[in-house]
Design a protein around this ligand. Structure first.
Ligand SMILES: CC(C)(COP(=O)(O)OP(=O)(O)OC[C@H]1O[C@@H](n2cnc3c(N)ncnc32)[C@H](O)[C@@H]1OP(=O)(O)O)[C@@H](O)C(=O)NCCC(=O)NCCS
Length: 182
């Protein structure tokens, strides 16, 4: 299965396709499940898709063609985070893990100073959480009521990360949660 990332130009040739992708799909586990054209235009003008902190890519699959969108955030800090959104017809087909695997490889290969790569998702986003675990990412935090839900009660935000050492060795190191005798 070959996955590649094509850097997108949010203010140039990919502007219309980006708006079309974001408004055509529903993202039930994102804070904004149905972004409007104005929402996406606003994010483009803020530089949320490309500036010194952010970069965005189309996800291309060798046989299936363009299957989704991937964005890196906090690139000027020590630990970038990401946003991954598959086009609806390509969800639930086991593509999340090979994509996250490639994304992790991309970050640790192209950015030698980066030691940690992080991600967060809503507690009920089982597909994303399984994707993290299958790719060797470790759950590091469970922020209770930390994820606002439009029209509902907040849910937990669950944080995962992978460190360079674990990516290199292929072994997920863990830690002792209850490490204080109280
Ligand atoms: C999250 C996302 C990237 C996951 O990729 P995916 O290719 O759809 O995920 P997969 O098909 O590999 O599913 C992963 C596993 O979760 C399981 N799963 C999914 N939903 C489930 C549910 N509600 N209950 C139990 N298991 C579930 C799948 O069965 C699969 O396990 P399996 O391989 O043993 O069958 C993709 O669904 C997506 O883009 N969703 C919308 C955007 C989003 O939420 N992005 C996350 C932001 S960080």
């Amino acid at each position: 299965m070959s996955i590649s990332f094509t850097r997108l130009d949010p203010t140039g040739e990919d502007h219309d396709a980006l708006i079309e992708f974001m408004t055509r799909n529903e993202f039930p586990f994102h804070v904004r499940a149905r972004p409007s054209v104005e929402d996406v235009e606003g994010k483009i003008s803020e530089g949320a898709y490309r500036n010194e902190d952010n970069d965005s890519f189309w996800i291309d699959h060798g046989q299936l063609g363009r299957i989704g969108f991937f964005r890196l955030e906090d690139l000027s800090e020590d630990s970038p985070v990401f946003d991954l959104r598959l086009d609806t017809p390509f969800r639930g087909r086991g593509l999340g893990s090979p994509i996250l695997h490639e994304a992790t490889k991309y970050v640790f290969s192209a950015m030698p100073s980066i030691n940690r790569f992080e991600g967060q998702t809503r507690e009920d986003n089982t597909a994303m959480r399984m994707t993290f675990v299958r790719c060797g990412w470790l759950k590091e935090a469970h922020y209770r009521e930390g994820w606002p839900v439009e029209g509902g009660s907040p849910l937990a935000s669950v944080a995962y990360s992978i460190i360079r050492r674990d990516w290199e060795t292929g072994r997920t190191t863990t830690f002792v949660w209850n490490d204080l005798a109280v």
